[in-house]
Design a protein around this ligand. Sequence first.
Ligand SMILES: [Zn+2]
Length: 198
Amino acid sequence: MFIEPGTRHTKDRGTGWIEVISGSMFSGKTEELIRRLNRARIANLNVEIFKPGIDVRYDEEDIVSHNKNSIRSTPVNMAEEILLYSGSCDVVGIDEAQFFDDALVDVVNKLADAGKRVILAGLDMDSNGVPFGPMPHLMAVAEYVTKVHAICVNCGEIAHYSFRKSASESQILLGEHDVYEARCRSCYLEGQKIQKNE
Ligand SMILES: [Zn+2]
């Protein structure tokens, strides 16, 4: 489990750092983000949470994870807006980071340079197994990267693919249980083979 390198030392040193939590759907990314943000709150730090305006699955303003843990967040349409809205806070949380464009990389570096701890959660790959949006770049510039894993619904092994059960080609179909499931490499390949033959 991830242990913070300290909760308050950004205040002494002037610079912050970047943490990335990545993994497939149903891997507990958002739960882990919420856990870290709640711990920062217990340490009396000011926390702001952002998510892309596109993510309107359940609720306009709350980050809602699959286990119904939720935390209030601000939807933003462009990464640069995060700079405007995070002025006085110590810790910036960003959920569904994969839906932002590459401008997010510059934004989170600026925030960390300015003394903020930035915690991002996002899908590492889309359902075609292709690295998703700015995630590869974010993982490269972050001080700390945590990969969380789901369990394959087919065989019970560790899963790191988001397998799409329907045939839609859209990369931004949002995560619902009836559209996606977590699969290990072996079961993911098997499912793709079956879909190609259908
Ligand atoms: Zn499997």
